[in-house]
Design a binder for this molecule. Structure first.
Ligand code: SAM
Length: 257
């Protein structure tokens, strides 16, 4: 990830507040994105496991895991995201260990410490080349304990590219008496080439006045095979792979044997 991208995530608190500002503690406890990993979480037999959310964003998943009784460390390259994650966890009365770190910095801090490392919500796509992607994934594996599992969740980039959509408009959400409509403008160049998305958020006030927020993120799409092969090449045993040509998202679990 380059400095310009760090600044872009640093400028995106408006989007995260609009998307998650109104979620209740109870909704968080049953967050879909945690429920879908229930089997993996329960496979350890108790909650005394250590979990890293390595791209925690505003801390939604990390806070949800902590609300379910897990010990969670939340890291992110963006200082602004970590600030939001601290505020979000405090608002929901749970404690997170947080720090501002890139994936490459993690092995020096947390060598072989975690039972589960999450890299979810389409984060690894911010590794801008296949070689940096491999180094980033290798760093995430180094912080896993033996028998630990790395979870990578990503958009299905082959599907996104095949559809060649220029825009995605999301459902309206409400927060603090205002409504928000997020819209993504995709500028894609095929697999393994740098691409960008312009994120536009329309903020609609009660008197119908509209404010527009915008930000641009760079990323490099990759194929399912490329991600799977990289995880295998780095020594992981694949224990789950939800990839389906027709689905927008998938996740892969790789176990460090
Ligand atoms: C699409 S957001 C996902 C955030 C969160 N997981 C979610 O699902 O809402 C991607 C996150 O990855 C972080 N990120 C990108 N590159 C990173 C890197 N090299 N090291 C650590 N975090 C990184 C960004 O700052 C951002 O918070």
């Amino acid at each position: 990830m380059e400095n310009s991208d760090i600044q872009d995530y640093d400028k995106m608190n408006w989007l995260y507040n609009a998307l998650y500002g109104d979620i209740s503690t109870e909704q968080l406890q049953h967050l879909d994105r945690i429920e879908m990993h229930k089997e993996l979480l329960q496979s350890f037999g108790n909650k005394e496991i250590s979990i890293l959310d390595s791209a925690c964003g505003n801390g939604v998943q990390a806070t949800a895991l902590a609300l379910n009784g897990y010990h969670v460390t939340a890291t992110d390259i963006s200082g602004e995201m970590i600030k939001l994650a601290r505020e979000f966890s405090e608002k929901h009365n749970v404690e997170l260990k947080t720090s501002v770190n890139s994936w490459l910095e993690l092995p020096d801090l947390f060598q072989s410490q975690f039972d589960i490392v999450f890299n979810i919500g389409n984060s690894i796509v911010h590794s801008l080349h296949s070689t940096t992607r491999e180094c980033d994934i290798s760093a995430l594996i180094q912080v896993l304990k033996k028998e630990g599992t790395l979870v990578i969740e990503t958009r299905n980039w082959e599907k996104v590219i095949a559809e060649n959509k220029k825009f995605t408009v999301y459902d309206k959400v409400s927060y603090l008496n205002k409504s928000y409509i997020p819209m993504y403008h995709w500028i894609l160049n095929g697999l393994e080439n740098e691409a960008k998305v312009e994120i536009l958020l329309q903020e609609i006030w009660e008197n119908n006045h509209v404010e527009l927020y915008e930000s641009t993120l760079n990323f490099t799409p990759f194929s399912h095979k490329m991600l799977l092969d990289t995880m295998k090449k780095l020594g992981l045993t694949i224990t789950k792979d939800t990839h389906d040509k027709g689905c927008d998202w998938y996740m892969i679990y790789g176990k460090k044997i």
